[in-house]
Each structure stands twice: as C-alpha cells, then as structure tokens.
Design a protein around this ligand. Structure first.
Ligand code: ADP
Ligand code: ZN
Length: 698
C-alpha cells in the first residue's frame, strides 16, 4: 500500500474543524474540489480546504472520500478565504457559511443553459417594446443601444458590453472625483447624499468605469423589492446585468453563479447572499442604503451583516467599496470619523425641488377636537383630496399589516393570543383568519371569544383596514395595498400600475418607503407613526428616523416640493425634531452610554421549549461566561440572562445574554474565547442545539 494522501473537507455543518479524509487510489482532488464523503453515517458534499495534510487523529480511523464530484464547480480559494473571515468574525463555523453559499446541490446544468438563452431573448423582447413605447427620442436611443448590445451577446456571447455614458452634473462629478481619489488611497467610501441627489447615477458612472477597466462590479441592495425598479434602470445602461437574490429560483441563481464563474467582467445586482457568489476580478462593490437593517441576517447562521461582509470581500478581492445612504448608519459614520472610511457628501437634489415639507398632526388633540374620522385626521383627508384633485398621487404608510393588529373580547376582556408565542394574534381578512406575526401560526376567525363566546372587537387598524377606510373616503379613486400579504406575483404589477399613474393611493408597510421613484407622487403620509418607535431598544429611534427620512424622499421627486404628513400621539418625540433639521449628535450619545459603535455587542441566544430548564441553564451559562472572562485583562460586561421583547417564539422560550466588548486589540481573542466558552457549555450540558451567537445584532 502506497502513502495515503490526506485532505481536509469543509462540510455544511456546525463543526469547529474541517474533518480529515484520505483519497483512495486513483482519485485526485485539490483545494476547492467538491467531494462526497460520509460523516456520522450520513453523506455530504463538501469542499476541499487543504490537501496533503498531516492528520491529527489516528490514521486508521480516517475514512476515504466516496467520490470527487467533477460535475460540480470548483470553489475558488477567494471564496474559502471569505468564508473563513465571516466565520471568524461572526463566531460560526466555516461549514455554516459554505452551506449558505452552496445551498442546493441538484444538477440541472443543461436545462439551465437553455433557459439562459430564453431569458436573454425575453429581455430583448422587453427592450424592444419599451423602445416602441418611449416618448422621448433620447430614451428611445438608449433602449436601442441596449437592444443592439444584447443582440450581440445573444449571437456570439461576447463579453459584457458597456453602453451609453452616464452624464453627471458638476456637483455629482465633483463627488465622483472625490470618491475616485479616496479609492486611489484604498479607502472605503461612505457617500452621504440626500434622496434624489443622484447617488444611483454616481454608482452607474463608477460601475461603467470599472467594467471598462475589465473588472467586475457587485451592486448590493437591502431588499428584493428594491432591486426590481433598479434593475430596469440599470438594464437600460448595462443590459447584461445579472440579478441575484433569494426570490429567484434555484436554477436561476445557479445560472448566475455559472455566469459569474465563467464570465469576464460581469455586473451583479443582488441582495446580501450575492456576496457568496464565486467572485473573481471584482473591482467595485456598491452597498446601496448601507444603513438598512435588512442587510443583517438574523437566522440561521451565518448571522452576518452584508455591509460589513462587503468590506471583507473588498479586502480579499482588492476591490473598492462604496457605501451609500441618505441616512448613514452610526457604524459607518464612526468609521468615517476615525478616518478609516472617507466620507463624501452630496447635499443637492438633482431636480431642484426642496425636501418635502413636514407637518405633524397630533391625533390625541385632534380626537379631543372631534377632528378624527376613523384612523384619519380631517386635516390629512383634506390634503389627500387636494393632492388627488391636482392629479397627483399619495402614499400611505402604516407599519402594521393585517386588518387589525389585535382583538379583544367585549364580554370578558380577553385578547386572543398565539398559543406558541403568547403575543396577540392579528386579524387578517380575505380570507378571514387570525395570524401570529412571529411564528406564522394561524387560526380560523370566528368573531367570538374562544373562552366565553362573547363578541370580539378589533383594537387598532392595520393596512387592510386603512385601505378599506380610504376606499370609503375616496370612492372615485383607485386604491391599492402593498405589504407582505400581497402575493409575490402581484407585487411588480402594483408597483408598475402606481408608476403609470393608474393607482392614485397606495397603502403599505415599510416596503413602500424604500427606493421607489415615482413622478407624480406628491404626498406621503404616516398613520400611527408611534408604532415605529415603540420597541425597547436603544436603536429603535434611529431606525424610525432613517425610515421616515427615506419615506420623505419619495415625495415630490420632479422639481416640485412634496408634502410629508405624520399622524402621531406623541408629537414631541425627538425623532420629529431631528427630521425637521435638528441635528442630534447621536454619536456622542452612544459614546456616553458605551453603546456600539464605541463598543461591540454580541448576543448569546437560548431557545428551549422547557421554561424551567431555560431559566436554569441560562443562569449557568452566564456563570460559565463570567468564569471564562475572569482571567482576562479587560473582561467584557455580561448582562442577563433576560427575556427579550418577544420571549416565546413557536413554543420555545427565548433568553438572551448580552456581552459588550471594548473595541481594542484584545477584541478578536475575547470573541473567540466567548465562542469557545459557549461551545464547551453546549457540549458539557448536551445543550448545543439550543444555543446561538449573534455578533453585531440588528
Ligand atoms: P438617489 O439615488 O440619490 O436617490 P437618483 O440617482 O435616484 O438619486 O436621482 C434622482 C432622480 O434624478 C432620478 O430620477 C434620476 O434619473 C435623476 N437624475 C439624477 N442625476 C441625474 C443626471 N446626472 N442626469 C439625469 N438624471 C439624473
Ligand atoms: Zn406564534
């Protein structure tokens, strides 16, 4: 028997090490090869992370691999580097990142190729239709250029065509130049620009320059809904843009991965999961709306933040990173302040209009004066009417989907709650049902109290009720609703109809605050803005501010200054003062209280159906953590265990321990110590499955 070759393999599991296998006679593998192996009597397809290793375990217990999967694409060394960086920062296993990067393993390569052809043809068809419909000659010309380039690609698969130039205004060009200069010094850039200032135009300009230099571009957006409108806008300049997000079919996603792997310079528009494509030769990574918490993956591991992972990817790929927002995250502002990032500002809107004027309506005072009709103040109804009369459109935000967020029995006062999560069930109509927004549990709606049979009365109004009220107030108008109850296949049509002016009033949840750019939209209104603040979290106000500022930017985009009306029970809330120009110094507040970004937060989360056991074990875990840190020079602060705001999810109790680290050189080592302590605790108590770690929780 000859000398065996041992290799290490990354498996899609929560393992702290890459297990070792040997290559049977005649099989060959290198770093990045995909291999089929047995682990704990189950088959997995892994990725080879090292070859010719000296095994640490007893050689006779090492298994051979079953096969080399030559039909599957090789993993690039850069991908493995990114997985390791993510695993080490977010305290998860490399295998968990691998699993996120390579979720499905079914092979449909040929079918996929055929569909790619179809997809390009469909795109071309759509472009031609648009060309015919375009009213302006220059728009028509742009579509024609795009169509020609796409035809060329269809015929001979030539590399990505770069089309018509993007013309920046002098102000935008100055900003772009400052970005280029910062890039030349290898700095990540934070572009802070009010909505409508042309950040997107700058992204497109820099994208074009990067592609022309033969390097690829990754353009990240926080959410799928955002990518739809943007895709059209980008496709008019770069028809071969590859769109990648979790809403696309597995086959489509795999296809984009193949294109990226094989293509010369490419352009991907995607959500955070697009970070894990087999990137190579990346020159630029754009993170649009970088403050958005949708960039953070809560569950499962890797619980990573797409923005920060983009910066890691930028280092690995030697690509420039551009973070853009109208309301940057404090994390990025901090990085700019300490000089790690360069900050470039853009304060002028392209269509000279002013920011939408704000009007705050105190609903408590209005109710006292009999100025309310249902959920609406007469003042707001009046403004809506005036806007409709002018032939303009209205967007109404209500942060709670449902007909009514909760119900109460008129006889015994009971509020129907989710049997698993113990939070009020919301009442949804069409069809009638009760729904838990945390675990998805549903019950039929009977209208009567489950314990005494009394009549149930709705408490509060959700989006469905708001829509119904609006239909009664404005029977002549076309009114639609957009929230996560809207079927996926109707979403795009609603957005299109609103863009075309066929819908006069659109009601929705947070979905409608983001990125959409509509010509005739001149009034945006928030019903019960209080529900945006409500949570017991020191960042809730910042998020409310970001959301409201973003929403405000939707109004009055074409040279006209729009209106922004907020109905609230608490008009004195500091968030409104800040919206009206009061510059709050949030960073120094954070510093004072020792909050991030001046510190780093990590949550250890316990979930257990057994309430007694979780209380006992979470206290034990706290003690174990304190012991683990007792010998260190700068031990972090350990708070908890405590029950978070939602303390039961789907029959499981939840407890949290919050660890706050100082930001210094010792931080990475202390984080690893934490991960080790949690892992040891899990193994000793056979409790691993109940534990998770969340670094930089959202
Ligand atoms: P932001 O991304 O900062 O919100 P956009 O790039 O969406 O801003 O620009 C707002 C609007 O102004 C868009 O309709 C865009 O087409 C238009 N616009 C901005 N800059 C230019 C430009 N240089 N040339 C033509 N149109 C522009
Ligand atoms: Zn529930």
């Amino acid at each position: 028997m000859g000398r065996k070759t041992f290799i290490q393999v990354i498996l899609p599991l929560r393992l702290e090490w890459d297990p070792c296998y040997y290559l049977p006679e005649g099989m060959q593998a290198e770093v990045g090869s995909r291999v089929r192996v047995l682990f704990a009597h189950k088959e997995y397809i892994g990725a080879v992370s090292a070859v010719d290793v000296v095994p640490e375990t007893a050689v006779e217990r090492i298994l051979p691999i079953l096969s080399v999967e030559s039909g599957l694409p090789q993993v690039l060394p850069e991908e493995i580097r990114l997985w390791k960086a993510v695993a080490s920062y977010y305290l998860c296993s490399v295998g968990e990142v691998y699993k996120a990067a390579y979720p499905a393993l079914k092979r449909e390569q040929e079918a996929v190729e055929a569909r790619e052809q179809e997809r390009l043809e469909a795109k071309l068809e759509a472009l031609r239709t648009k060309m015919e419909k375009a009213r302006r000659a220059d728009t028509r010309e742009r579509y024609a250029d795009a169509a020609r380039a796409l035809e060329a690609r269809l015929q001979n698969q030539e590399s990505l065509p770069v089309l018509g130039d993007v013309d920046l205004t002098p102000v935008q060009e100055t900003a772009a130049q400052r970005i280029r200069e910062a890039f030349a010094q290898d700095k990540t850039v934070l572009l802070e620009g009010v909505t409508g200032s042309g950040k997107t135009e700058i992204y497109l300009k820099l994208t074009r320059e990067t592609l022309q230099k033969g390097r690829s571009v990754l353009y990240l957006v926080p959410e799928i809904a955002l990518s739809r409108q943007l895709e059209e806008r980008i496709a008019a300049v770069f028809p071969d843009v590859q769109v990648f997000h979790s809403g696309e079919s597995a086959a489509r996603r795999r296809n984009v991965a193949t294109r990226v792997r094989e293509a010369g310079p490419y352009l991907v528009l995607g959500t955070r999961s697009a970070l894990f494509l087999p990137h190579h030769g990346l020159g630029l990574i754009i993170v649009d709306e970088e403050h958005d918490t949708s960039y953070k993956q809560d569950s499962p591991a890797p619980r990573y933040n797409g923005r920060d992972t983009a910066v890691m990817l930028g280092i690995i790929q030697e690509a420039h990173v551009l973070l853009g927002s109208a309301t940057p995250s404090l994390e990025s502002l901090y990085n700019a302040e300490i000089g790690r990032y360069a900050k470039v500002e853009l304060s002028e809107r392209f269509h000279q209009g002013e920011q939408a004027r704000i009007q705050i309506i105190d609903t408590v005072a209005e109710r006292r004066k009999r100025g309310m009709e249902g959920s609406f103040s007469r003042k707001l109804l009046h403004e809506i009417q005036a806007t409709l009369d002018a032939g303009e459109q209205v967007l109404v935000l209500r942060a709670r989907r449902s007909y009514s967020p909760s119900l109460q029995c008129t006889e015994c006062g009971q509020i129907p709650k989710c049997p698993h999560c113990h939070i009020p069930l919301s009442w949804h109509r069409q069809p009638d049902r009760l729904l838990c927004h945390y675990c998805g549990h549903t019950e039929p709606y009977t209208g009567t109290c489950p314990s005494c049979g009394g009549a149930l009365q709705p408490i509060g109004a959700g989006t469905q009720k708001i829509e119904e009220e609006l239909k009664a107030f404005f029977p002549e108008s076309e009114i639609a609703r957009l929230d996560s109850d809207t079927p996926d296949n109707e979403e795009a049509a609603i957005i299109q109809r609103f863009a075309a002016g066929e819908i006069n009033i659109l009601v929705g949840t947070q979905i409608i605050t983001k990125g959409f750019d509509f010509d005739r939209l001149n009034l945006v209104a928030v019903i019960q803005a209080d529900s945006l603040m409500g949570q017991q979290d020191f960042r809730a106000d910042e998020r409310a501010f970001q959301l409201l500022e973003q929403f405000r930017g939707r109004s009055g985009r074409r040279g006209k200054s729009g209106r922004f009306i907020i109905q609230t029970r608490e008009p004195q809330h500091p968030v409104y003062a800040r919206l009206q120009g009061g510059e709050a110094d949030l960073l120094s507040e954070r510093k004072l209280f020792g909050y991030p970004p001046y510190t780093r937060l990590v949550h250890v989360i316990l979930k257990d159906p057994n309430g007694k056991r979780i209380d006992f074990l979470s206290r034990e875990l706290r003690n174990a953590l304190l012991a683990a840190f007792s010998e260190t020079d700068t031990p972090p602060s350990v708070i908890g265990p405590y029950a978070p705001v939602v303390d039961r999810i789907g029959d499981e109790s939840v407890r949290q321990i919050r660890i706050t680290f100082a930001r210094n050189k010792a931080l990475p080592a202390l984080k690893q110590r934490l991960a080790q302590a949690v892992s040891d605790f899990g193994k000793e108590r056979k409790y691993t499955a109940h534990l998770s770690i969340d670094v930089d929780p959202a």
